[in-house]
Design a protein. Structure first.
Length: 309
């Protein structure tokens, strides 16, 4: 099989991946592994739709590929990037995590963001937390470090806005489809990041927010960034979840000592790879050291073990 449409070609493997993810009861977390084990997305699609040597199966595969290719062509015509995990332009750090998304959707400019730090925290941020987020994001942006956050209210919005104000690069990893804005009041900020940075989603373009989508978003944000700064995070916060995921990914975590009022933070402070700092200046020094240790060829600080937390 070749490309589906010679006028607006979509690579057949990418179309097959989308078709696989469209199948009933498709397990997104396993599709990438299944493709690698089977030897390709088209081959796996043929297996899933029946024996490849039957006329019915051949017709079903062709129909699924055609529909998927039309979807991809439509998304790309709207200015979206559609990146399969086997594409050359798929962000390399995400291939390193257990929760690897088989496909991501982007708006904006893909770039080499190995020198990147996630700045995350609660939606109900204090003024002190907002000030810390702005200070950290501003300093990172001014020093050529990409600021990654989740485009939520509170700490996330403060970090994105400060990075843009400093004329730096920021990446928003969102918990909805890329055609949506959540919260709605951040629609203008999302559009600005599309124009000046990158918005990234692992969900179908029209997907609404769900309870499951935001922890999934935190996993991708943790994997994308070289380190995570947790500014404020009560127990139920997605930022607390991200701290745990970052440790699982072997990425360092930095947090102010204010967080030690929480049991989870005191527990995490005992793990290697977690840095507790006492003021914004120390936080910035630690982050600067961690970024300096990032291997320009794609590695991360090797002394940080992956933890089962």
């Amino acid at each position: 099989m070749a490309n589906i449409d010679p006028v607006n070609p979509v690579p057949v493997e990418k179309a097959a991946l989308v078709a696989l993810l469209r199948l009933p009861k498709a397990r997104w977390s396993e599709v990438a592994i299944d493709i690698l084990e089977c030897g390709g997305a088209v081959r796996l699609l043929e297996t899933r739709l029946g024996s490849a040597d039957t006329l019915f199966s051949s017709g079903a595969v062709e129909a699924a590929l055609t529909d998927a290719a039309q979807d991809v062509a439509q998304w790309e015509s709207e200015g979206m990037g559609v990146h399969a995990f086997f594409d050359k332009d798929y962000p390399a750090p995400l291939r390193d995590i257990h929760q690897l998304p088989p496909v991501i959707f982007t708006r904006g400019e893909l770039s080499d963001d190995r020198r990147s730090v996630a700045v995350v925290g609660t939606r109900q941020a204090s003024e002190r937390g907002l000030d810390i987020a702005r200070t950290v994001a501003t300093t990172l942006a001014q020093n050529g470090v990409t600021v990654v956050s989740g485009l939520a209210a509170g700490i996330d919005s403060a970090a994105h806005t400060a990075a843009l104000a400093a004329r730096g690069r920021t990446v928003a990893v969102i918990g909805t489809g890329i055609r949506r804005s959540y919260p709605a009041k951040n629609s203008e900020l999302q559009e600005r990041i599309c124009n000046e940075g990158l918005v990234l989603s692992q969900f179908w373009p029209d997907a609404p927010p769900t309870k499951q989508s935001f922890p999934m978003r935190n996993a991708v944000m943790s994997g994308y960034a070289a380190a995570t700064v947790v500014v404020e995070a009560p127990w139920k916060s997605g930022a607390r979840i991200q701290a745990r995921l970052a440790l699982q990914h072997g990425r360092p975590v930095v947090m102010p000592d204010d967080l030690l009022q929480h049991d989870w933070a005191r527990e995490y402070a005992e793990y290697p790879g977690v840095f507790v700092v006492h003021d914004p200046d120390e936080l910035l020094r630690v982050v600067d050291k961690l970024i300096a240790e990032v291997d320009p060829d794609g590695g991360y600080p090797q002394e940080i073990p992956r933890l089962a937390v």
